[in-house]
Ligand binder design. Structure first.
Ligand code: BTN
Length: 260
């Protein structure tokens, strides 16, 4: 199948959101939508600007990793927000919940969330989130929420991720419209973000979907590895890890593996 054509006009026309996507910037090729977002912020773009790319030459993931995605088949975007400081820590949670709900809406596939930033289908990664921000004292200058969804990727074509990732096309056995997926995703994102700002307990549905809780895990945070029991999460999305010495460690970011 040839890649479904996207453009600023096509995306704008399809959206029915008020805040998220009220300004759309589409790039056939860009180094990274995160770089484009940073530049756009310097140019003073409005909150809710969404930057979409068909191809990234230097896509990045969490912890300085490379993000691999062949041109045209997947969704790669950054959402620019100017949130209050107390909302910043919850943006990964907001994103994962919006991604999970929108995938279910479009495909009826069941999703789960691996703490802190992965959405999974049948235990394999379908989507990842990377939040970058600039904070000065208690003012958030901007937050850029980078989201990738493997929509029509033939996962076998990338040996590095073939065993751990999946795509909507691979799960359903047929292609999925990127535009439909993007519209649903931005719609859900706007809903969940607004609910969070109103103080709604959005973490409840997020927590219900987490696969990480109730398991013995190792959490790598830079050079430090914490081992313990993933007991709970708090409303900001921090993981509460019960250590062997019975102390409770509050972890805001890291790489989780099941402990053997
Ligand atoms: C991860 O799972 O490590 C997060 C991956 C985030 C990838 C997306 S693709 C759109 C945006 N631009 C980037 O360079 N990265 C994020």
């Amino acid at each position: 199948m040839s890649a479904e054509q996207l453009s600023t006009e096509i995306i704008r026309e399809a959206l029915n959101t008020k805040l998220v996507g009220r300004n759309v910037m589409y790039y056939p090729t860009v180094s990274s939508t995160m770089d484009a977002a940073k530049m756009a912020v310097l140019d003073g773009v409005i909150e809710g600007t969404v930057i979409v790319a068909d191809h990234q030459t230097a896509g990045r993931g969490r912890l300085g990793r490379e993000w691999l995605s062949p041109p045209g088949g997947n969704l790669m975007l950054s959402i620019i927000l100017y949130p209050r400081l107390e909302h910043l820590a919850r943006l990964t949670l907001v994103s994962c919940l919006a991604i999970a709900r929108s995938i279910e809406e479009v495909t009826l596939l069941e999703t789960s969330i691996k703490w802190p930033n992965d959405v999974l289908i049948n235990g394999k990664k379908i989507s990842g989130v990377l939040v970058e921000s600039d904070v000065n004292g208690d003012k958030v200058n901007y937050a850029s929420i980078g989201i990738a969804v493997n929509v029509n990727l033939d996962v076998k074509s990338i040996p590095e991720i073939a065993d751990i990732a999946t795509s909507l096309r691979d799960e359903l056995g047929m292609p999925v419209s990127r535009l439909q997926m993007l519209t649903a995703l931005l719609g859900e994102f706007e809903k969940v973000y607004k609910d969070m700002c109103k103080g709604e307990p959005i973490e409840l549905d997020w927590k219900r979907r987490l696969t990480t809780l109730g398991k013995k895990v190792s959490v790598r945070c830079g050079d430090v590895v914490h081992k313990g029991f993933a007991e709970d999460v708090d409303k900001d999305g921090n993981l509460l890890l019960r250590l062997p010495n019975k102390k409770l460690e509050v972890i805001s970011a890291g790489d989780v593996t099941l402990k053997v």
